[in-house]
Write a protein that binds this ligand. Structure first.
Ligand code: ATR
Length: 276
């Protein structure tokens, strides 16, 4: 029987995951499917119930279902619990296993593009304190970072986030960048700034050490205003598209039994689809 996987969201048409998984299916000669499904939030419980019947081997979960999926799975990994979001599901013997692959995606992207990025030192600045920041904080903690400063426009949100996740996290306002930058080995943007021509103001990246790495999880545009400023300051940068590609690897491997590769060809294909 042909194994099929899905991605659910609402809306779903914008998702590039079908392109990634269909590319891997074709590249590896695997007879399988990967289908985008638009599921209205009110239909989510019924969809999960039906999943147990085994029509699909598993799938991905995207906005706005990532949080609600937790309670609908039979088992959820500690990482997904901690982040508060499930993005990958595996169906086995009528049971639903939920995980979150964003941590792996973030780390694998940096490992691939900036080997030794985590050997320079273990102090980081994370911009933003929303849903996307959670996975980055857990990833940095698990990679041995000793000090992670979370800077947010609304400082209270950063304070709340730092209290919710155990780890070496400290909350600050965005304005504290000047003061904290000279000690930071890594700067990560998890906010939506960089999309639609938006940019951070009053953030002098020259304050960072020359060896610091700057990365952004926004990938439209590929070169965000933050990455542009970092390059201008002579700093090493990694864009966010690789995180999208790498976070898809564990799901494909679980469903189709083959560990796929993130190749320049795949990246070029997704860049083209995104119009980058
Ligand atoms: P996501 O789940 O994608 O992280 P989110 O939960 O809405 O999205 O979080 C968005 C993050 O981007 C927040 O940290 C937000 O800051 P606030 O908590 O102050 O809202 C940040 N953000 C969004 N627009 C911003 C802007 N124009 N300037 C500074 N920070 C911004």
């Amino acid at each position: 029987m042909t194994q099929k996987a899905f991605i659910i969201g609402h809306p779903i048409a914008h998702s590039k995951s079908p392109i990634i998984h269909q590319y891997w299916l074709g590249e590896n000669g695997i007879e399988g499917g990967y289908e985008p499904l638009d599921i209205d939030p009110k239909d989510l419980p019924a969809f999960f119930k039906q999943l147990k019947l085994g029509t699909y081997i598993g799938g991905n979960v995207t906005i706005p279902h990532k949080q609600d999926a937790i309670a609908l799975c039979d088992e959820v990994t500690n990482e997904a619990q901690e982040i508060g979001a499930v993005n990958t599901i595996f169906v086995k013997n009528g049971r639903l296993f939920g995980s979150n692959t964003d941590i792996l995606g973030f780390l694998a992207n940096l490992d691939a593009k900036a080997p030794d990025w985590d050997k320079q030192g273990h102090s980081a600045i994370v911009l933003g304190a929303g849903g996307a920041a959670r996975a980055i904080l857990v990833a940095l903690r698990d990679r041995g970072f000793k000090c992670v400063h979370v800077l947010n426009r609304t400082k209270q949100t950063a304070t709340d986030l730092c209290a919710q996740i155990s780890g070496p996290f400290q909350a600050h306002a965005l304005e504290d960048f000047e003061k904290l930058a000279p000690e930071a080995h890594l700067l990560v943007n998890t906010t939506s700034i960089g999309m639609h021509g938006t940019k951070f103001t009053g953030m002098d990246l020259k304050r960072l050490p020359k060896s610091a790495l700057v990365t952004d999880i926004v990938y439209t545009p590929l070169k965000t205003s933050l990455l542009e400023a970092a390059e201008a300051a002579g700093l090493h940068t990694v864009d966010g598209l690789g995180m999208l590609l790498h976070q898809a690897v564990p799901g494909f491997e679980a469903w189709f039994g083959h560990r796929p590769k993130v190749t320049p060809e795949l990246r070029a294909l997704v860049e083209k689809e995104l119009g980058l």
